[in-house]
Ligand binder design. Structure first.
Ligand SMILES: Cc1cc2nc3c(=O)[nH]c(=O)nc-3n(C[C@H](O)[C@H](O)[C@H](O)COP(=O)(O)OP(=O)(O)OC[C@H]3O[C@@H](n4cnc5c(N)ncnc54)[C@H](O)[C@@H]3O)c2cc1C
Length: 408
């Protein structure tokens, strides 16, 4: 079903409360049915939902309108995220929206923005990030996947790159159509000065994607192999060997991505945990109440931090190093919350979704296992702490890491 996108009538200004009510009504009326268990059907179901959102004018709250976004002001972006989390509808597919899109908006050409952004937002094209490698994670500028330029002379339109190498831990790469990838176009030892930002069609011959299982038993990330993969030079964002500033923009957005959305999500999750503990008669215990009060304060701080992140992006175009604060706060919160939930639920809490006695279909143990990885992905907790120390608090640099070795 395709509905008509909402447009404010000229001269008629909608209040924030009216916007909230309208968006809530849309989410209630249009929400898709139950999440299918078959992965292929689930992907089609999720894509259909994203297309429904886009066609109705409800996708990309912070995106410019010219690329299909809503271009909402600050307060409405907050409302949008709160209502979205409350509605329990599927989230975005892949990792492009919060990371690649702001990078393309800032550094892409007008043609690249027109070509790549609307299909990404509509869910027609799923994007996955190809940055990390077996020997380049925190130390990202050590990456070794090469892109050799062939043909075309100085004319970018006719030239191509031949890409070879391996990427690792790439979330959603198994369902991706486009891999936003960092490649080495400079000499092997050129570190930050020899990296380019390339968009690679995941269906090109020579691209192999293998899913990797994590602690939950599901495969959330993959490894990617590039064997002489031919990529048009016009798929490069920014200058050749000039990819490092794009990496910084993109990593900042990766840490900020979803700060508000996560805050809204955990508002709901904490309320659900409190309800569960109340049902089990556990909330009269002063020690339990003490922990819940702590989580309540942290979820409220997360909301304020999320609001600050949106405000920073709107004011400066970039979330900046403070995004590490938001990220670190969220990931330690979600680990602590799931650990506490398991402590409370005892033996039943560790039964997974396959066991008929599992509590709430094993969601708490699944969350516990999944969030172990939260302090690694998007930069480890140690890297975030270093960033906060050096770039937010202005403390002296870590003498153990030479300037050339600084990356994430
Ligand atoms: C769930 C998940 C999803 C991910 N998704 C993606 C993705 O979509 N795309 C992608 O490209 N990558 C992805 N990654 C990879 C992620 O970015 C890397 O795992 C991360 O940057 C750490 O790199 P590494 O695993 O190589 O560990 P290493 O960098 O080898 O780190 C090992 C340990 O050393 C510590 N360490 C390293 N350097 C320093 C330092 N300078 N100071 C202090 N301590 C240090 C680290 O904190 C860590 O404890 C994902 C990872 C996870 C867990």
């Amino acid at each position: 079903m395709t509905s008509t996108p909402f447009r404010e009538r000229p001269g008629l200004v909608e209040t924030d409360a009216q916007f909230r009510a309208r968006f809530r009504a849309f989410l209630t009326d249009s929400r898709p049915g139950r999440r299918p268990s078959d992965p292929v059907v689930r992907l089609a179901w999720q894509k259909h939902w994203l297309a429904t959102l886009f066609d109705a004018g409800y996708a990309g709250p912070g995106w410019p309108r010219e690329y299909g976004g809503m271009g909402l002001d600050f307060s409405r972006q907050v409302i949008y995220q709160e209502e979205y989390a409350r509605a329990r509808v599927p989230g975005p597919l892949g990792t492009g929206l919060g990371i690649a899109a702001p990078t393309i908006i800032k550094y892409g050409t007008a043609e690249q923005r027109r070509r790549f952004l609307p299909p990404m937002l509509r869910g027609d094209m799923v994007w996955a990030q190809g940055y990390s490698e077996p020997d380049a994670g925190s130390d990202l500028s050590a990456l070794r996947t090469t892109a050799l330029r062939v043909g075309g002379g100085p004319d970018d339109a006719a030239a191509e790159y031949v890409v070879s190498g391996q990427k690792l831990w790439n979330s959603s790469a198994d369902i991706a159509d486009i891999l936003f990838t960092l490649v080495r176009t400079g000499p092997p030892d050129s570190r930050q000065d020899g990296i380019s930002y390339l968009l690679i069609d995941a269906h090109t011959p020579g691209v192999t994607v293998r899913p990797l299982r994590d602690l939950t038993g599901d495969a959330h990330f993959c490894e990617i192999f590039f064997d002489d993969v031919v990529v048009p030079v016009v798929n490069r964002i920014g200058a050749e060997n000039g990819g490092w500033p794009l990496v910084r923009t993109s990593l900042g957005h990766e840490r900020a991505a979803g700060a508000m959305n996560q805050a809204a999500l955990y508002r709901r999750v904490l309320d659900e945990l409190i309800d569960l503990l109340r049902e089990r008669g556990m909330t009269a215990d002063p020690l339990v109440r003490d922990r819940l009060t702590d989580f309540e304060m942290r979820v409220r701080i997360m909301r304020l931090t999320g609001m600050r992140t949106i405000a920073d992006i709107m004011a400066k175009g970039e979330p900046g190093p403070a995004s590490s604060t938001a990220r670190l706060f969220i990931v330690t919160f979600e680990q602590d919350l799931h650990e506490f939930a398991l402590d409370m639920l005892g033996a039943y809490g560790v039964l997974d979704r396959h066991d008929p006695h599992a509590v709430q279909r094993g969601r708490w143990v699944w969350g516990f296992l999944r969030t172990r990885a939260s302090t690694i992905g998007a930069g480890t907790a140690e890297i975030q702490r270093n960033t906060i120390a050096e770039q937010v608090l202005g403390l002296p640099r870590d003498p153990a890491v030479p300037p050339a070795g600084r990356s994430r």
